[in-house]
Design a protein around this ligand. Structure first.
Ligand SMILES: *Cc1c(COP(=O)(O)O)cnc(C)c1O
Length: 345
């Protein structure tokens, strides 16, 4: 999108800054399929350490990170428990069925959060005609619920239950960095309750490409094989990993600015006629606006704003989404608020 647009569709629209490009251009590289890319190895060690895991693997996308985890943790015909608004269930083109031949058993959470007492009812008994419940996936922060944060106490309870029932756990931590900055709870504290954790560098952290999947050494050895099967074995990927390293070193703290922008944006638009925002969901960098009472569809509202050079995205048939990121300044967010207000009057 050209610079005249204020692009709030997603934090994935961020472009690498000159300093990040500089880090990429000067990265030391080697053939990562041989395990010889020093920059990829360094990023993997950094991520494993931040998440408190034995090892991590650099992968092209967050979807691949999640789907590798599903493949490693499950057997065909198994069942995976996930929240009904989860990314794994809604936005990964049914990859769980396509790649791992598993079925997802959804449970509806409150603002994306499941409680431990919802889990036992969803776990299948061992009678032979039931699928086997093999994995529980949680998402922190929760995208579709509006960037909501999983309470660590609930994670702890769910993880304890899962371990007692020998069910594996995976955290979709595409925006775990946002949860960290919003709560002060370190990724390691979240990570300890899961067998595997995926993270993205390409969202709020501003890298052009890249995610990682972390777990035990045994898990990552299996993950490396699945990554290769999926066509994700990359060669001189250090150019991309350098952006991830730069992002971890420079762009984590600043996520707090995005959270402030989201709060200010939401507070100003919440009172607009026809707009409704559940302010309790505005915990990080995402704002979901329910536009049902405008009498218009999300597509109509979005097209109207696009003509005024403000870009938002469609979330559900009654909601639209705005996401704050390093590519939009406070002034641009204020401008977007003015444009949206004037479009509604
Ligand atoms: C963006 C995202 C992913 C990964 O998606 P990609 O399109 O592969 O970047 C996974 N989980 C959540 C919650 C996300 O928001």
């Amino acid at each position: 999108m050209d610079e005249s647009y204020i692009d709030l569709r997603s934090d994935t629209v961020t472009k690498p800054t000159p300093a990040m490009r500089e880090a990429m251009a000067s990265a030391d590289v080697g053939d990562d399929v041989y395990g010889e890319d020093p920059t990829v190895n360094r990023l993997q060690e950094m991520v494993a350490s931040i998440l408190g895991k034995e090892a991590a693997l650099f992968v092209p996308s967050g979807v691949m990170a999640n789907q590798i985890a599903l493949k490693v943790h499950t057997q065909p015909g198994d069942e995976v428990i996930a929240e009904s608004g989860s990314h794994i269930f809604n936005y990964e083109t049914a990859a769980a069925a396509f790649i791992s031949n598993v079925q997802i058993h959804t449970i509806e959470g409150k603002r994306g959060v499941l409680t431990a007492d919802q889990i036992p009812g969803a776990v299948r008994s061992s009678v032979y005609y039931n699928p086997k419940t093999r994995l529980i996936c949680l998402e922190n922060t929760h995208n579709r619920a509006g960037g909501t944060i999983y309470p660590i106490e609930e994670i702890k309870r769910i993880s304890g239950l899962a371990r007692s029932m020998e069910i594996s756990t995976h955290l979709d931590g595409a925006r775990l960095w946002n949860a960290w900055m919003a709560t002060g709870i370190h990724p390691k504290e979240y990570g300890q309750w899961f067998d595997s954790v995926s993270v993205c560098f390409s969202k709020g952290l501003g890298a052009p490409v890249g995610s990682a999947i972390a777990g035990s050494r045994e898990f990552v050895d299996k993950a490396r094989k699945v990554r290769k099967i999926l066509g994700g074995g990359m060669r001189q990927a250090g150019i991309l990993a350098a952006a991830g390293i730069y992002a971890l070193q420079n762009n984590v703290e600043r996520l707090r600015d995005d959270h402030q922008k989201a709060r200010s944006f939401a507070e100003q638009l919440n009172s607009l006629p026809g707009f409704a925002i559940d302010m309790e969901t505005v915990q990080t960098n995402i704002v979901i606006i329910d536009i049902a009472k405008t009498g218009k569809t999300p597509g109509e509202i979005i097209a109207g704003l696009r003509a005024l050079h403000v870009l938002l995205s469609e979330m559900t048939h009654t909601t639209i989404r705005a996401v704050m990121h390093l590519g939009v300044s406070k002034a641009e967010v204020a401008k977007a608020v003015e444009v949206i207000k004037s479009s509604r009057s």
